[in-house]
Design a binder for this molecule. Sequence first.
Ligand SMILES: [Cu+2]
Length: 229
Amino acid sequence: MQFSRSSLLALIPALVAAETTTVTVGKGGSLTFEPSTAMVPVGGTVEFKFFPMKHSVAQGAFDAPCKPLSADSFWSGGFATSDPAGNATTFSITVKDDKPIYYYCAFPGHCGQGMVGIINPPSDTSMGLEAYIANAMDKDTVASTKVQGGTVNKPGAASSSSAAGNSSSPTSSGSAAPSASGAGGYGSSPPATSSAVAASGASTSGSPVQWGIMVGLSAVGFAFGGLLI
Ligand SMILES: [Cu+2]
């Protein structure tokens, strides 16, 4: 079977329209999103793929970095993995308009070290990536309270609450998927955090102490267990 050159070319627009832009999060141990800026058409999908150790992605604002844009803005929930190939579970968002989407890593300290990115950055560089990073420097990180605004893509598993207990999971406390109630609830209920703190401190080598302290301070269960594959 042969395709003519023109029939192959005719396929290209469809492929482009269906394109998903993958953004890696913390790949190679760096506190970066890669690519840190990307042009994505309206209706396009951005898929975030998380690398060790612990990261998340939250929508922010250019002039108020390192905190949620709004009560409704997207947040992936916390992702933890020790797999150098990255977490098999990803988080994706759909681009709804052509306005810039500013986002940051909500793991404590990461945004303040410049771990931010922009989808559809403005042509005005005064509101571009360099300026956004400069804004973010040394800012305290504020996580969102709810996993929302996107899709958690768990390979081969529809269940949202049975992933705990995985032997490779540093936080096998049973809080499961990010959509489960209470998961990622920074700043709310103090109980039920000790196991997450202990687990994360005990079995990771990245910056578990810092993470543990953060969890303790904000007194919530930022549940990673369900995201570990
Ligand atoms: Cu991070």
